[in-house]
Design a protein around this ligand. Structure first.
Ligand code: PLP
Length: 365
């Protein structure tokens, strides 16, 4: 039996009937854009995250782009971003013409290193972006202390961290604004592209409402040049239904992670740090001979993936401008990381198969 890296049928078993019904109801309503399902989801998600406002948007990248645009980030600005992240954290910054200032991660939790972050601040810095990578909350008290000292807004890229907590506060509630992706494989996933922005800032929220809808909140009254980045009614209905399962799904991930952490015992593998409030979007191990390890997993019937094989600064998109950046830890991490299957619906037998495959890996002769 092969343990799949992600198995939608297994993950969706318990909620699929309710989701189909919610889609059906939405179709019958005849309302597909900016309607009651979106409003209901926004209210529910804002309450879940513990913020005053939530806006459903088209996807996670657009969520970040809208926040940066609302903050009037432009070609004169520098934005600090984690060097080790999915490229979507970088793309909206360069799209607005701003300079990306990549900062190395912490070697333990893989999130932005607060000390290195402070050194990267200049008089042109206009915002700090943190990413709660793999579902592990970043060290927000240290990051916020730096941001407060320099009076800079913090944007949380919480695309991988729905439900993650840092000292009791939800990811997406600890900065000026949080950006979420509901890509289908996320802890809270739509059945297509979807995203959201969370904030407590009323003025920012008002700007964002217009920016996501052609610069308008009153039909045919356009107060600013905006975009079309709305979350549609069908995806909102799906997310509203699935939100009720998120806590129990995160608990299942946490339980699987606990089994891995307790039972994977192989000196060749470096296991992830067990940070409190982690929601285990990915379970990422480090290994020196990655190809040999992945071949071994495959031979043992365990699928694996790499998040991410190429850091943004060495990708084709940024190589020319950022290829010479001195980011040795980011590069080392990208050469060593392997993600194991972790999702609700993984059976006990599959969990044991992953553990056994990890434990039987030996250094090739
Ligand atoms: C850290 C991070 N930021 C941003 C995004 C972008 O989200 P989306 O795919 O919804 O545009 C992702 C998506 O995978 C992500 O992992």
């Amino acid at each position: 039996m092969t343990v799949r890296f992600f198995n939608f049928a297994a993950e969706s078993q318990d909620y699929m009937a309710a989701v189909r019904q919610a889609i059906d109801d939405t179709i019958s309503s005849g309302q597909f854009i900016l309607g009651p399902k979106l409003q209901a989801f926004e209210t529910a998600f804002a309450e879940y995250i513990g913020v005053n406002h939530c806006l459903g948007v088209s996807n996670g990248l657009d969520a970040i782009r809208l926040i940066l645009k609302a903050l009037q980030i432009d070609e004169h600005a520098e934005v600090i971003v984690p060097a080790h992240t999915f490229i979507a954290s970088w793309l909206p910054v360069s799209d607005l013409g701003a300079k990306i200032i990549p900062v190395e991660p912490d070697d333990q939790d893989y999130n932005i290193n607060p000390a290195a972050l402070e050194q990267a601040i200049t008089e042109r810095t206009k915002a700090i972006m943190v990413v709660h990578l793999y579902g592990a909350p970043a060290n927000m008290s240290a990051i916020r202390a730096v941001a407060d000292r320099h009076q800079l807004p913090v944007i949380e890229d919480a695309a991988q961290a729905q439900g993650a907590k840092c000292e009791g506060a939800m990811a997406g509630s600890m900065g000026l604004a949080g950006a979420f992706s509901f890509y289908p494989t996320k802890n809270l996933g739509a059945l297509g592209d979807a995203g959201a922005i969370t904030t407590n800032d009323q003025a920012l929220y008002s700007r964002l409402l217009k920016l996501r809808n052609y610069g308008s909140v009153v039909k045919y009254q356009h107060d600013m040049p905006g975009l079309n980045c709305r979350l549609d009614e069908i995806q909102a209905a799906v997310l509203l239904e699935k939100l009720t399962y998120l806590e129990s799904k995160n608990q299942q991930r946490n339980q699987i992670a606990g089994q891995f952490l307790q039972n994977i015992k192989n000196p060749l593998l470096r296991l992830p740090q067990q940070v409190s409030g982690h929601v285990w979007h990915q379970f990422v191990v480090r290994v020196t001979d990655r190809q040999a390890f992945m071949n071994h997993l495959q031979n043992q019937g365990v699928e694996s993936m790499i998040h991410y094989p190429v850091p943004p600064h060495l990708s084709g998109a940024y190589q020319k401008e950022y290829g010479d950046s001195h980011l040795p830890l980011t590069e080392q991490i990208c050469q060593q990381v392997v993600s194991l299957p972790i999702y609700p619906g993984l059976s006990e037998q599959e969990i044991q198969q992953v553990i056994a495959a990890c434990n039987s890996f030996q250094e090739p002769l």
